[in-house]
Design a protein around this ligand. Structure first.
Ligand code: GAP
Length: 437
């Protein structure tokens, strides 16, 4: 399974999904850059989540709040107190630090040295605002996006003329000074969250919690995650975050085991009552603090789960007709809406100018409509496999018949079946197949 992890790490780099940050300087502590295909896939995930929240549900509206906020926010939220800290031990010999809950034995995993007693280590990333770097100028990069939602609760309520219950959705970067970032993009210090906060009457909260738990599980299943790789785990009382009354983790079976990809939290009135107390602003609605049900998922972490789920190796290849097909073939069978490239256009051969011109014309026609690639390099079989590897849904081939008939073949990534269609009908047919009509 670890082997699979290494394969995915090298595959994502080779094919332009994910690169280590600052690589020419030897890398930089668990930060990653998303390549041309990675950013397309990330945008597709964000769009799928945003549509699910805003288009599918009544009474959810969007927000894009700032990353930097008053440091008082983090006092009120509990993040600056012991609530948002990991227990850390240090090796007395090599001085490396480890999260206590990650250690199996009571010795340093690097040098076997003796460890200090555990100390709390706060995860907030500190920075300064303005030209003077003193205590008064300290603030923090947000550790969760939802705090910006609570601060704007009244603004949104009034400006959007909402009534309880309603929700606010937000996508944005969050930062945590993780002690043990690990497992590729699973746990990093800079990541993106998609969070929705549902404000409701206290007595409605338990029912709404169950509703969102079901909705969120279905979102992954509808986007193609295999049922056997997904589960919901009730978080035990002693594991609950400082703000949570109840939590369910949606977990994915990664190559390194079952791990959380999303949290559903009943935050009670923790946030609005604490922000009321600390700011002096009355954040009650009709005399009470609304309770909050939160759904919170990492973009990077869910992208990793979607990639792991779609990554398939086929020993000996799927087609038995060409020599190259004897190698291990990779198929990335991503859901249509998540695949970074929807359509590739290939001339059958590249040394026939008429064929190349026709294929390029088709590519230019499709480019404004779909994420497309044009590829004329190497044999047609190899080019099909290159597209299968990055999850391209349809590969179109312009051949000699195309010059006579003004048509081409559409090859389906999953079935490999080919169908001849007229070029004038192409956009309509592709839209229908991609459910974009
Ligand atoms: N507002 C609630 C909250 O932030 P969380 O369980 O700490 O809850 C929610 O985080 C989600 O954010 C996680 O399920 C995960 O997908 C993502 N996430 C949290 N820390 C992360 C990290 N260090 N790297 C990548 N993703 C992370």
């Amino acid at each position: 399974m670890i082997d699979l992890m290494q394969k995915i790490v090298s595959f994502t780099k080779r094919r332009g999904f994910i690169f280590p940050s600052s690589e020419i300087y030897g890398g930089f502590g668990s930060c990653y850059d998303f390549g041309s295909l990675g950013v397309e896939m990330k945008n597709n995930i964000k769009r799928a989540w945003w549509d699910e929240m805003i288009k599918k549900h009544d009474d959810i509206v969007g927000l894009d709040s700032s990353i930097l906020m008053s440091p008082k926010v983090w006092e009120a939220s509990g993040h600056l107190t012991a609530g948002f800290a990991d227990e850390l031990v240090e090796c007395k010999k090599c001085h490396h630090r480890f999260r206590k809950d990650f250690l199996k034995k009571g010795k340093c995993p690097d040098c076997g040295g003796e460890l200090t007693k555990a100390r709390k280590f706060n995860l907030m990333m500190k920075t300064f605002v303005g030209p003077v770097e003193n205590e008064a100028a300290v603030t923090y990069l947000r550790a969760e996006t939802c705090q910006g939602i609570y601060l704007n609760f009244k603004n949104v309520l009034q400006s959007m003329r909402k009534k309880i219950p309603f929700g606010i959705a937000q996508i944005g970067k969050a930062f945590r000074n993780e002690i043990n970032p690990r497992n590729f993009v699973y746990r990093t210090r800079e990541f993106e969250q998609m969070e929705m906060q549902w404000f409701c009457q206290p007595k409605e909260a338990p029912k709404i919690f169950n509703y969102w738990k079901k909705e969120r599980i279905n979102w992954y299943l509808n986007l193609g995650i295999k049922k056997s790789n997904l589960r919901a785990r009730e978080v035990s009382k002693d594991e609950l975050a400082h703000y949570a009354k109840r939590a369910v983790d949606i977990e994915y079976k990664f190559p390194f085991g079952w791990k959380e990809i999303e949290g559903i939290h009943n935050r009670g009135d923790w946030d609005l009552s604490n922000h009321s107390k600390h700011s002096g602003e009355d954040l009650k609605y009709e005399g009470y603090f609304p309770h909050i049900i939160e759904t919170s998922v990492g973009v990077d972490r869910s992208l990793f789960a979607f990639l792991c789920d779609a990554y398939t190796e086929i020993r000996g290849g799927r087609t038995k007709t060409t020599k190259a097909a004897k190698e291990v073939e990779i198929l990335l069978n991503l859901n249509k809406s998540l695949a970074p490239i929807k359509v590739a256009v290939l001339p059958l051969v590249k040394n026939k100018p008429k064929l190349v011109k026709k294929a390029k014309d088709v590519y230019q026609m499709l480019k404004p409509q779909f994420r497309c690639q044009y590829d004329e390099v190497s044999s047609i079989g190899r080019r099909y496999r290159r597209q299968d590897e990055i999850g391209t849904i349809f590969t179109l081939t312009v051949d000699f018949e195309s010059l006579e008939q003004n048509d081409l073949t559409i090859r389906d990534r999953d079935t490999m079946e080919q169908e001849r269609v007229k070029i004038e009908d192409l956009i309509k047919i592709l839209k229908k197949k991609l459910n974009e009509q």
